[in-house]
Design a protein around this ligand. Sequence first.
Ligand SMILES: C[C@H](O)[C@@H](O)[C@@H](O)C(=O)CO
Ligand SMILES: [Mn+2]
Length: 595
Amino acid sequence: MTKDARWKQDFPKIGIRPTIDGRRKGVRESLEDMTMNLAKAVSSLLSENLRYPDGSPVECVIADTCIGGVAEAAACADKFAKAGVGVSITVTPCWCYGTETMDMDPAVPKAIWGFNGTERPGAVYLAAVLSAHAQKGLPAFGIYGRDVQDLNDPSIPEDVQEKLLRFARAGMAAALMKGKSYLAIGSVSMGIAGSMIDPDFFQEYLGMRNEYVDMSEITRRVEEEIYDPEEYKLALAWVKENCKEGPDNNPAHIQTSREKKDKDWEMVVKMTQIVRDLMVGNPRLAELGFAEEAMGHHAIVSGFQGQRQWTDHFPNGDFHEAILNSSFDWNGIRAPYLVATENDSLNGVSMLFGNLLTHTAQIFADVRTYWSPDAVKRVTGHELTGIAQNGLLHLINSGPAALDGTGEQMRDGEPVLKPFWEITEEDKNNCLKATSWRPAAVEYFRGGGFSSDFLTRGGMPVTMSRLNLVKGLGPVLQIAEGYTVDLPEEVHDKLDQRTDPTWPTTWFAPNLTGEGAFKDVYSVMDNWGANHGAICYGHIGADLITLASILRIPVSMHNVNADQIFRPRAWGMFGTNDPEGADYRACQNFGPLYK
Ligand SMILES: C[C@H](O)[C@@H](O)[C@@H](O)C(=O)CO
Ligand SMILES: [Mn+2]
């Protein structure tokens, strides 16, 4: 199979709009070079720092001329539409005519950098055009450098760079998901509301489609051999060599035979191929006579119901969920495919946000247990210290934690999760070595299968997020930044044995602020909106907040420093003393991006 059937269309581009004072015979001419150079500098900054999901640099398109009035604004809009621009950034060092030069496309996230200078009033334009954006209901991000620059200084100050990059990362995440689908394989898992797909949410807030296939489609493709048989051989051999089977934890009388386990391996490998092909298609299938199946469902994220109808009879989905979510398989190191276990589409969306912002693999987990320091002491005799001193959350689920979540990839001697293009063979092999595949708990999974078992290395900055839907309100996002934690081996073992030790564990200590939901670790658990969370490497809370504001999803809970929060300027019009309340009011007022 071609390794990446996914990226058939061109990626969206970032459009840069240099706006200028339209007065000829002096003013405009004196500003042309400076203005165009600002646009070029922003273009270089973004292309050097941001990448597409395939690892290639983000492409920028600059308007053909500076924009001094509506004719040039329209020419720019035309160029951007033809070039597939998904995000726009307006730059200017000077006064320009607000409503005559502004970007009017309601579905394109927008920012404006108004140069902080004295010779020409860039900040005055910034304020004027942002007032127009508010008045017209087209929210835009305002970027105003903290320190005055000289007019001929083409550099981008660090604070401006940070805001340009934060906006562009989030804007591109929104643009990249637009037009893609969430593929539900199966329906509702064990009454989990997140697997009741809400198509209005996907359509209006994310610009996405919903695709649905019954799990019987997997049976059909297995039985009719609708997968690449050569890849299957390669995959099975790779799995035998790289995926070591761990001990069977089932009571002896229900353990399955060696023969059944070997059959399960064959089945779970086929399931992996089939789920991937369902998501993104596979040109090899057309060569094999399956042209329709070769097309796929254009899915950027999917969910697999599994429990219970499938898993009561067939091997569970843990293998395909874990491998597809990882940054590697038998075809080598590649971008993760996102698969939400239990078809929890809302956790799938949280994974999608994390992945599009960082290009790293995501850890999907049950937010299973709050362990207070006292409870840990009582059960193990161990005193929690350091970042764990206030207690821990046990993140654990059968299934889809990416193997990258072992924390076995290294950068400067520190454990990290890398975008796939930075992952080395050694990183990959270490992730595989740190994972064992335990025969599934048969009382839960009557059909057998294998669950990935690993323990995430401690000391990594991570962000757990979760999208929730509330009737009458709509979607809200919650965000908890914190760290993964190492426990002494015997302490981990004791705590792990009390749950299901065949599943991957991440010990998580959220950063506390002493207030609200972050008063203590218990409060984080107590305020979590659902049974699942999506865990992303890095402290990406600020980027998530910016993305949520682009999509008009209010943030109900976060522990991000106030000075990192960057939302469209109009949010301040809904109150400045209470940013959380203002966020709710602004999101409600403007409504979903694609309505
Ligand atoms: C085996 C169980 O049914 C688990 O899958 C269950 O605890 C969950 O993961 C619920 O989200
Ligand atoms: Mn679960």
